[in-house]
Design a protein around this ligand. Structure first.
Ligand SMILES: Cc1cc2nc3c(=O)[nH]c(=O)nc-3n(C[C@H](O)[C@H](O)[C@H](O)COP(=O)(O)OP(=O)(O)OC[C@H]3O[C@@H](n4cnc5c(N)ncnc54)[C@H](O)[C@@H]3O)c2cc1C
Ligand SMILES: Cc1cc2nc3c(=O)[nH]c(=O)nc-3n(C[C@H](O)[C@H](O)[C@H](O)COP(=O)(O)O)c2cc1C
Length: 611
């Protein structure tokens, strides 16, 4: 926890009382941590007699800013210091220069930021938000909290202590009624949903017949056209070119569906085997295909907005299409499981949830990447009432893939370059990515729920200036899309650094790049890391092209980096700072850093990386 020069988030000396014992928790999340943290704030506060609504910023109307007495924000910093895409509209509204300094004078707030201190812009979003809320007259009720992935226990290193502080600081703002005692920790909270049995069995052969629902208003259905492996058959990694065609789109609209640089989100399904295994562990198999009417037990905790209320469905439908049983469970999963376990099992689960048990929890879950389904199997003696299904399990979240086609060159079809996630840990069964293994299993003609994410910064540079692209592995995907557009516009100054392991095994879009190179439309530098004794990576190639890079940048060129966020972006930046010093005659690393920052501010430097 800290407050810095960027936004104080410092608690006021004399806090404003509230009109009721109620508050709102708002989250925006990319990989789910913020949702879990927000839900935990909600659960703790309800136990202490607060009426709390927890929701995503996508369900938040900006006018509500003036309606709530207290809002707790839980926000990660994503990309390279960027706000999560869902938070952009609210953030833009808050930045409106016309807002008076007392605009939020009736609002009390708290911010818990999520970040990773290995990134230069550590917890940038939480800091910026606190500072802006302060400048609009809002009152922090507690010092800003920060979760850091680099901490030994991740968010658990700071969040529990911060939550204690938050609860202590807001309690006096609207004290509970006389005689109120908070629910004991071991009293199971009420379930989020009510399940009412209706009619007769709606599904046969153990398959749900209910058509899946789209998860958001701007999602749509696409038909899988092509699903082809592009890496050599004897190669360890299965990478696919996937082609999709949106359903129900008129031909005249196709080329306007998306732009080069956009990302396609895909929301996967759980496999029948995984669902059956889950049902067996919970002993819900017999009721899995019975139709139920699902409704929320409290207006504070509505059903996810894309589900109708009440929702007629089956448990199998929910497990197949809506709820995540394949991810690594978070601490709150163990809290719920403990409520429904007994004896040694319960003791073990409670220990996992305690500060003393964090090392064990990480060894048991994060390190081996054990899934919810696997944990549940090991703790299958738990008696979980099906009403708790929405408490126990997070929603399946969509995953993003860079679009590798330009709409004009592909008649609005969408191409992706997808690495099928599969890796080993100490567990004997290989780990698999949910979305990519589901995609790999689909045949042409299958329907895929998708959404265009247009919030990224990777865009066709205006005015066709020179462009330098660094895209190792599947990071090269968006550059194929951008290049197709640039070639149509006649932009010839293009320099691409591509990295693979072996030219004969995993050189993506080779024929396309070769053709461009032959026509003089592209300078291509390939770093095949394993084709020679000494490993070579994209960052090693950059100095060889120092003069060309500097010439391009000097003439207003753009510099884009895309791909794995592990080591590559840092190594590329280091190589580029070296180029600035050598070719640009910069005196020292600080001057080179300033040049790098300037390019970023001008929008000429964009890094789109993923973990
Ligand atoms: C903006 C953006 C663009 C992207 N573009 C592309 C693209 O063009 N092509 C592409 O293939 N991917 C792309 N990705 C990455 C892709 O979204 C992720 O790989 C995604 O997690 C795959 O989904 P999944 O459900 O199959 O895997 P998940 O079930 O989400 O599992 C992935 C998780 O498994 C873990 N993991 C993976 N490998 C290992 C390992 N070796 N050791 C330990 N843990 C591991 C990591 O925690 C990782 O987050 C992009 C991501 C973003 C954010
Ligand atoms: C691709 C990527 C980029 C990130 N960029 C930053 C960053 O610039 N600054 C930071 O503090 N944290 C950064 N993080 C860390 C996230 O903020 C952190 O993992 C957070 O817990 C994610 O929350 P979520 O699961 O709710 O999305 C990044 C994480 C990833 C995967």
């Amino acid at each position: 926890m800290s407050s810095t020069s960027l936004g104080n988030g410092t608690a006021p000396n004399s806090p404003l009382p509230l009109d009721s014992r109620t508050f709102l928790v708002l989250h925006a999340s990319v990989t789910g941590t913020a949702v879990d943290v927000a839900e935990r704030i909600g659960r703790r506060a309800r136990r202490e007699g607060w009426a709390v609504t927890v929701k995503s910023v996508t369900e938040f109307n900006q006018a509500e800013l003036l309606e709530h007495g207290l809002i707790v924000f839980v926000l990660p910093t994503t990309g390279n210091g960027h706000t999560p895409p869902q938070f952009v509209p609210l953030w833009t509204a808050l930045l409106h220069p016309g807002l008076p300094p007392d605009f939020l004078e009736d609002l009390r707030y708290a911010v818990f930021g999520l970040g990773d201190s290995s990134y230069g812009k550590y917890n940038w979003v939480g800091k910026k938000l606190s500072r802006r809320l302060d400048s609009l007259g809002a009152h922090a009720v507690v010092e800003r909290g920060e979760g850091d992935d680099q901490n030994e226990w991740g968010v658990e290193s700071t969040f529990p202590g911060w939550l204690d502080q938050l609860m202590a600081s807001i309690d006096p703002l609207f004290p509970p009624e006389a005689g109120f005692t908070s629910h004991a920790l071991d009293t199971v909270p009420p379930p989020r949903i009510r399940l009412e049995k209706v009619g007769s069995t709606s599904a046969a052969n153990g398959h749900t017949e209910q058509a899946p629902l789209l998860w958001t208003e701007d999602a749509s259905w696409a038909k899988l056209v092509r699903n082809e492996r592009v890496t050599a058959e004897d190669w360890y990694q299965d990478v696919r070119e996937v082609e999709l065609e949106l359903e129900g789109v008129q031909d005249s609209e196709r080329t306007r569906l998306y732009a080069a640089g956009d990302v396609l989100e895909i929301r996967p399904q759980n496999s029948k085997e995984d669902v059956d295994r889950f049902l067996a562990s919970t002993r819900w198999t017999e009721i899995a295909d019975e139709p139920f009417l699902i409704s929320p037990t409290s207006s504070d905790q509505p059903l996810p907005p894309h589900l109708p209320t009440p929702f007629r469905t089956t448990i199998r439908y929910l497990l197949t299409n809506e709820l995540d049983i394949a991810s690594v469970p978070r601490l709150s999963f163990f809290e719920w499981l403990a409520y429904f376990s007994e004896g040694d099992m319960q003791e073990k689960l409670r220990e996992f949830c305690s500060p003393a048990g964090q090392d064990d929890l990480i060894d048991y879950t994060l390190r081996p990447r054990r899934t919810i389904n696997e944990v549940l199997y090991e703790f299958r003696s738990a008696n979980i009432p099906p009403e708790y299904i929405f408490d126990l399990l997070p929603l399946i979240r969509p995953r993003g893939f860079s679009i590798s086609s330009s709409p004009a060159s592909h008649q609005g079809k969408v191409d992706l370059l997808v690495a099928i996630v599969k890796y080993k840990t100490i567990l004997s069964v290989p780990r698999k990515g949910l979305t990519t293994s589901w995609l790999a299993s689909l045949s042409p003609g299958s329907r895929v729920p998708v959404r265009f994410d247009k919030s990224g910064l990777l865009r066709l540079p205006p005015g066709d200036p020179p462009l330098i692209m660094v895209g190792p592995g599947t990071g090269v995907a968006p550059f194929r899309a951008l290049m197709e557009e640039r070639i149509r516009c006649g932009a010839k100054e293009n320099l691409l650094f591509f990295g693979c392991r072996s030219v004969s095994k995993d050189f993506y879009f080779k024929a396309y790049w070769d053709a461009l190179e032959e026509k003089g439309d592209l300078t291509l530098s390939v770093a095949p890391s394993r084709d020679q004794e000494d490993k070579v990576y994209v960052q090693d190639r950059i100095p060889e092209y120092g003069a060309q890079i500097w010439d391009y940048l000097n003439r207003g060129g753009y510099f884009y980096v895309c791909g794995s966020s592990t080591n590559m972006p840092k190594a590329v930046k280091k190589a580029m700072l070296g180029v600035f010093q050598r070719e640009g005659g910069m005196a020292d690393a600080q001057e080179a850093e300033r040049y790098w920052d300037r390019m970023e501010r001008e929008g000429r430097l964009v890094e789109e990386t993923w973990g």
